[in-house]
Ligand binder design. Sequence first.
Ligand SMILES: [Zn+2]
Length: 816
Amino acid sequence: MKTKLHFLLLVLPCIAIAQLKSPSEFLGYELGTQFTRHHQVVDYYEYLAQAEPQRMNLMEYGKTNERRSLLLATISSKSNMDNLEQIRLEHLKGMKGEGAPNKAIVWLSYNVHGNESVSTEASMQTIYDLLTVKSDYLEDIVVLIDPCINPDGRDRYVNWYNQYKNSPFQVDPNSKEHHEGWWSGRSNHYMFDLNRDWAWLTQVESQQRLVQFNKWLPHVHVDFHEQGVDNPYYFAPAAEPFHEVVTNFQREFQRTIGKNHAKYFDENGWFYFTKEVFDLLYPSYGDTYPTYNGGVGMTYEQGGSGQAGLGIVTAIGDTLTLRDRILHHHTTGLSTVEVASKNITRLNDEFKNFYADKGYTYKSYILNGNPDKIEALSNLLDKHDIKYNAGVNTTVKGYNYKTAKTGSFKSSGNSLVIPSNQPKSTLVKVLFEPIAKLSDSVTYDITAWSLPYAYGLDAIASETTVNGVGVVQDNTDYSAIAPNSYAYLADWNSMKDAKFLAELLREKIRVRFAHKPFTLDGNAYERGTLIITKSDNKNVKDFNVILKKAAVTHKKKITATNTGFVESGKDFGSSYVDVIQNLNIAVLSGNPTSTLRFGEIWNFFEQQLNYPVSNLDESYFHKVDLSKYDILILPDGRGYNSFLNKHIKQKIKDWVKAGGKLIAMAGAIDGLSSDKDYAIKEKETKKDSTINLESFEVSEREQIKSAITGAIFKATVDNTNPLAYGYSDTYFTLKLGDRSYNYLENGSAVYLSEGANEPVSGFAGSEAKKKIAETLVYGTQRMGKGQVIYMIDNPLFRGFWENGKLFFANALFMVH
Ligand SMILES: [Zn+2]
């Protein structure tokens, strides 16, 4: 069968093309009349790849958490496909200003948000048309199509919709099929927003996709989305603010593409808008990330999303159908390829220009600090193809991140040096520069993310080139642990240490930790040091083997000692040395919580810490016997006022007083703070009482006075509080809003000291700054036999604020 088709293609290409089945023919229903399940989408792409072996290849570049296939289709003319690898390499030579590439690379990404479900449907019609009626576009273009970035989320939506839909579908917005509920399909399995993850790569989908993306670095990248049902279509050019690295060409080409789309939309009388809402700043989007890698990255937004179903009546009484939605995304997809096909030389020239030396102010970024954190950052840089070296013994000068002033420190072979002069220099600038310049403070997302702060490393941005050599070497033999020692000691100051501890606990190893610093055998040990004794584990079979395995797996240096008699501090048998119990941990999910904030915690346990957690849904929470759990986590969310009724409040409080440990985050604190038993109290701030006589039009500008759109502040740390073991005396916290609570008596582990309400990076409005002055960031309170831990800022935000994660681990293991 395959051979025969092959033969036909060679001899009679027109007939073969005419025989290619459209999505409707293949699926057995008119595209747009049903939602297509992911396995059927896979089937259709596989069918196309088999039918068109000379003009298409299809790869499975990975699997999702729920084991669905992640696909990448590559299509072009037969002669291009015959030389595909050569085309790719010639294109990449452009990064060095070399080569004579004469093809353009266009990458179309669909359905990153699962319930924006039109995208994948549109992708099938788009690839079909590119292989048939629009195949002339492929003469000088390689088109890469990812039909579904987020198959788990999309199938969650599609399966849900198929279960709840009326037959025929009901356009009345009140019908159940338009109300997806809390566990919606937008995000991936762990409720992560994959369109916030391109730069941080915390999720398996992003990690696997980026490997392919970096092989191609397309000239043009489109991320297909949907917005609310009443919105007209949005396409490029994007809105301000643009990051300053966005080139004039990138701006201009967005316009060129937008104009071409407008031509088709005008012809058909379709509504659209441009230059509003969707800006180009935060680097972790499907439009900005490709832009910072030399492409023209764009977001297209159709009206629809999870609410729309197969058809829905809009606010002005029109009916929006899935067919309409497909038509629009299909039109812009083809129009994008069309524009690229007419600008091959320009796209190639400008790609080279992008990668030419830009002469950025900072020539090198030098980082010092905990080796675990250096390693964690190096791992991220590897994924982005960002080059780095180990430092040399010298003094480096420049902008000091910690003091936000010019300063210096000594670098060594354990330092990380990241040169600006490398192909990925623009991405380096975006990710490392201490302060991102804002052309406008009204933005869609956070305004600060500088990696040295996120990873808790000291850093200098130098205006002169600082040389490095090789990479940081680690020659430690982690398996060299003397067996049958009295005890084993391991330090505690990074997320890696927490993973190591979690593994020991999973293996039923009993671990103690020190509440006071001590010295032993001439070495100094800090608070939080893990103490694993032989006698605690005398009944554990293979104790030495388990310990060695954990040390090697986590590259954890373990020091053996033959005595528990310390030189200074408290002996191992002291009451200042606590035992870490194997813990039963539960986290609340459902309506009171935000899906994203819940998902960050769920993902933290299963994919980072590797420690079990129970997800307790709010719908049956009242029936759950909390005494089974040592720890209950209430994630941030907006629904606590209705969830925390008298009964539930009492239930939680009784459990804490009996010895439970409650971790309340952001919105959950708002729900608890009015109760007098909780020590945390909202800070009273006098509102600016001057009457606003500004015009209606400037009111949006006025509002941002009260906004903090994700900015970094320097907080003070009391590292004698168990919540802050392993930290230094300062911590850079990412604030996402102006939530403000007073310090806690004896329990303020992390807080903004006087004068610390000015961000070191990012935007904060004048009113917001007043409000957050001298407020708590993280704190602890004893209640009865139990503990309450308050987290006002989010240490797990999008999984990328690496240096916050130890606070969370401390909350679980160190606070007793
Ligand atoms: Zn979206």
